[in-house]
Design a protein. Structure first.
Length: 200
């Protein structure tokens, strides 16, 4: 599956949002990317522009490309109930996101690499697909090789802080205890703009 390999700070600056959990390492967040700097006063975005930016922000936050994100939206639209809630449930259930939420990686790109390099087991079976959809009851664990990597061992030793309620972590393993809900995502996303963008 394709992935973005360009400069990450540029994306965060474009969305005015720390997409990759860089914290203080991210500079000039409020300044748009580009070599010429801000050009005069910025106009308020149109309705389409606002929806586009929200879609791009969420897509880049979870590290998926356009076609894959569109597939997630289509799946959410086919489910009865709130489309926005179902969309975030699908995105949160991705295996790379679960590794990040469990605290085994410092960022989603790092979690994606762990999965791609065959360091993750789901229910005892090795899975190397970052977009793998975990289900309720699935157990996720790291390989013995992964635990020998210094920064991974350091992450595992840390106490499980910030792990959402829909996940349960114990040492180098975790479990999906319930389906993730929209309320479990604390980031300020506006899912209605995304649904409206694809409903045009």
């Amino acid at each position: 599956m394709a992935r973005y390999t360009g400069p990450k700070d540029r994306l965060s600056r474009r969305e005015n949002f720390d997409l990759f959990s860089k914290g203080s390492k991210l500079t000039r967040l409020s300044v748009l990317p580009g070599v010429h700097g801000p050009k005069g006063t910025r106009r308020a975005p149109s309705q389409y522009g606002r929806q586009l930016r929200e879609k791009q922000k969420v897509k880049r936050y979870y590290g998926v490309m356009e076609r894959q994100f569109k597939n997630y939206v289509d799946r959410a639209l086919r489910v009865r109930g709130n489309t926005g809630d179902e969309l975030f449930s699908l995105l949160e259930s991705r295996l790379d996101n679960i590794i990040f939420r469990l605290g085994f990686a410092k960022s989603r790109p790092q979690a994606r690499q762990l999965v791609s390099h065959r360091h993750v087991y789901v229910n005892g079976k090795r899975v190397n697909i970052p977009s793998y959809q975990a289900r309720v009851g699935d157990s996720v664990s790291l390989s013995a090789t992964a635990l020998e990597i210094p920064f991974i061992a350091e992450q595992v030793k840390k106490e499980a802080e910030g792990v959402p309620d829909w996940l349960k972590r114990k040492g180098p393993a975790g479990k999906v205890v319930r389906k993730p809900m929209r309320d479990d995502v604390t980031e300020p996303f506006v899912e209605a703009d995304i649904v409206e963008y694809y409903s045009r």
